[in-house]
Design a protein around this ligand. Sequence first.
Ligand code: EPS
Length: 384
Amino acid sequence: LRYLTAGESHGPELTAIVEGLPANLALEEHEINRDLARRQQGYGRGGRMQIETDQARILSGVRWGRTLGSPVTLSIRNRDWENWGRKMSPAADDFVEGIAITHPRPGHADLSGVIKYRQQDARNILERSSARETAARVAVGALCKKLLAELGVSVLGYVTEIGGVVADSVPEDYRERFALSEESPCRTFDGQAEQRMIEAIDRAREQGDSLGGVVEVAVLGAPVGLGSYVQWDRRLDGRLAWAMMSIQAFKGVEIGLGFEAARRPGSQVHDEIYYQADAFIRNTNRAGGLEGGMSNGAPIVVRGAMKPIPTLYRPLQTVDFRSKEAFAAVVERSDVCAVPAAAVVAEAVVAIEMAQALLEKFGGDAVEEVQQNLQAYRDYVKGV
Ligand code: EPS
């Protein structure tokens, strides 16, 4: 399974091509749109989300509600494009004088991008580095979640922290965490923390500031033995970490105990193994479902840290990259906090990696074949 996305934030559309999905997977546009709508929600979003109502169109690879095994092309229109016209036109004749952005935002791709790509306008950088691109990845993730559902695997994303406010009333059950979070404007499970998160976001908005946070993704139902220790790039923990870190504005990733594992002695880190009722069991899951680069059958738990969005309404100090004079950074319309949306994006990128790992081990050209291969393996594992 592989995919590419394309599209500028204020261009006509975002496009994704997904190759390697098996045939006969039931797929409808509304199933993708459900996740696109979830990504658009969340307390702390800015004006752009009032303009967009993200909808995916399936342009290839699906006929009469089932995948064909051929590449699936998805398109998501940017409604805001209509407001940009000549300013985002591909035609040289449409050039508009005097709109170049030359005051790069600290923390954004602006400055490194203009140097790297030899540009004189930071818009040529920010259009593609924008987190608008995550809409395309959420659409791809929705396809992968459809496949995972056929294989008995679910991927659940939610928020555990915003702006230093921690959701510390944590239900044991991941499904309960998820169900509560689905009802929450901060996409979190702790109602009291949610109230304080909302207050923190309101305060940041008043102060022209922005807030980051932490999201968690739990994968339930993954069989033991996905990924491998035999080569570095086959380690599932490494691939999940790469996928999470590749989300715009993410600066940290943890699996299971994560950095806390470095602080504890081994006796309080590893999950002891017991054999009960014909099965290997653990009473803890500090490893986050991954040992030796492989899934161990327990829930896979990955967390990602998102930094505050670099576009501040009370801008930080910067330098005009043409004149070299000191200026305040450019103020683009933006969100105060996009952590609730990032939980949906994290869910998508984890789903993509999980689908890839399952297809590597149980791959087939049609969904039925993948299901049979997986069932045979599950039967084997039961007998061990
Ligand atoms: C973003 C800036 C804002 C966000 C955008 C990410 O866009 P605009 O400049 O059009 O207001 O709204 O996020 C999305 C458009 C989205 O769909 O999530 C940025 O600079 O990264």
